[in-house]
Write a protein that binds this ligand. Structure first.
Ligand code: SAH
Ligand code: SF4
Length: 380
């Protein structure tokens, strides 16, 4: 099977074009079709000679993701369920500007992308891990989540009764404006368990010839793979790091996150310290509040200690109910009390309060629901 062209960096493409004795400017033309016009067919690349287009077609795939289902309305969070070429399904979540969360002011849209089909880490509260791990996403499948959403957005804007999506009319509307300027790698899967593909995809999405998204606008979330956090610290790009902490002691964390057995807090925080020193970048702790599990006030002091030591900010997220799982979110009073206690310890913390964002952090649920519905249909 051919590898998709969006899995390659400019250097790799230049090397290939050199082998083919093609001038270098042809690579720039190709990249413009892929990342500015964002086309999904070789035929429309009209300024490339036919023979070169033929060569490209014989050597590379040019695929996109198939939109299976979309949930949510325009001005709030929208979830996209995609089908991949092997029929697996993944999710991306598009979130309108929310400067308080990960980025800075003037954010336009944040996209939450998946990195794996399923997840092997089996956190007890999470829908993504419920049916285990299937496979890593390829580089192009990570990159395409951004491009496909931007194409979709344009085709929505241009929608009239008989109009075609803008992407298939490159001559009338050739440039796809960039919609996404913030990425959070918090969809389905454990990003750092697909390290090489993720890093390459992020290089492409960051490059000026590619996605053009600033590294400082990219947040990678991990359940705590300590060795990979150290490796990430040694990379030249300045990504932000979010740690899914969800417990400030090994006892509480270990109950809900099996990964804590492999990398207990001591090891995880030492890796975070290394990241912090190398990058001088603020780390974020994600802390889902789950009723009766990690919302008791005795977690506050150890959490504050960790936050101070690592100069970390804390994002408190009320648990999103997952079908089939018994966990519940605590009452608003309990959430507010936890936040107030953290603030009293001088920790910079936020609590996600918006009701409309209920589908936000619950990646994996739409896929689960759809797969179950499909299975149901087959059984009936
Ligand atoms: N595997 C990575 C990234 C994907 S999960 C990680 O664990 O960090 C993205 C975030 O969503 C994590 O912080 C995860 O703990 C959180 N999450 C998972 N299920 C959730 C739920 N039902 N409600 C709220 N947050 C959830
Ligand atoms: Fe995997 Fe993250 Fe879900 Fe844990 S929280 S099962 S690491 S996706």
């Amino acid at each position: 099977m051919l590898t998709d062209i969006k899995s390659f960096t400019v250097e790799e493409l230049q090397a290939r074009f050199q082998e083919w004795r093609q001038p270098t400017y042809r690579v720039a033309q190709l990249l413009e079709w892929l990342y500015v016009h964002r086309v999904i067919s070789w035929d429309v690349m009209t300024n490339l000679p036919k023979a070169l287009r033929q060569l490209l077609q014989e050597n590379f795939a040019l695929q996109t993701l198939e939109l299976v289902r979309r949930q949510g309305s325009r001005d709030v969070t929208q979830k996209f369920l995609w089908k991949l070429s092997d029929q697996s399904m993944i999710e991306s979540v598009l979130i309108p500007a929310n400067p308080a969360l990960y980025g800075e002011a003037s954010d336009r849209h944040t996209l939450c992308v998946s990195t794996q089909v399923g997840c092997a880490y089996g956190c007890k509260f999470c829908a993504s891990g419920l049916e285990g791990w299937k496979r890593n996403l390829r580089v192009d499948e990570i990159v395409e989540q951004v491009l496909a959403i931007e194409r979709w957005h344009v085709s929505e804007e241009f929608k009239t009764e008989d109009a075609q999506p803008a992407v298939s009319r490159p001559s009338s509307s050739p440039t796809i404006p960039r919609l996404i300027n913030n990425l959070v790698i918090m969809g389905m899967g454990e990003p750092l368990a697909n390290y090489d593909n993720l890093l390459k995809a992020l290089k492409i999405l960051n490059a000026p010839w590619g996605g053009g998204i600033g590294a400082r606008k990219i947040t990678i979330s991990t359940s705590g793979l300590a060795p990979q956090i150290r490796k990430l610290a040694d990379e030249p790009l300045q990504f932000r790091l979010a740690i899914s902490l969800h417990g400030a002691t090994d006892e509480v964390r270990g109950k809900i996150m099996p990964v804590n057995r492999k990398y207990p807090l001591k090891e995880l925080t030492a890796a975070c310290e290394y990241y912090q020193q190398k990058k001088e970048r603020m780390i974020t702790f994600e802390y889902i509040l789950i009723a009766g599990v990690n919302d008791s006030l005795d977690q506050v002091k150890p959490l504050a200690q960790l936050a101070h030591r690592l100069h970390a900010k804390v994002n408190l997220i009320p648990y999103n109910k997952v079908e089939d799982l018994d966990w519940e979110r605590p009452s608003e009073e309990v959430q507010e009390a936890f936040l107030a206690a953290l603030e009293k310890e001088d920790v910079t913390a936020t609590l996600r309060r918006e009701k409309g964002h209920d589908i936000d952090a619950a990646c994996g649920q739409l896929r689960l629901k759809t797969e179950r519905e499909l299975a149901g249909k087959i059984i009936q």
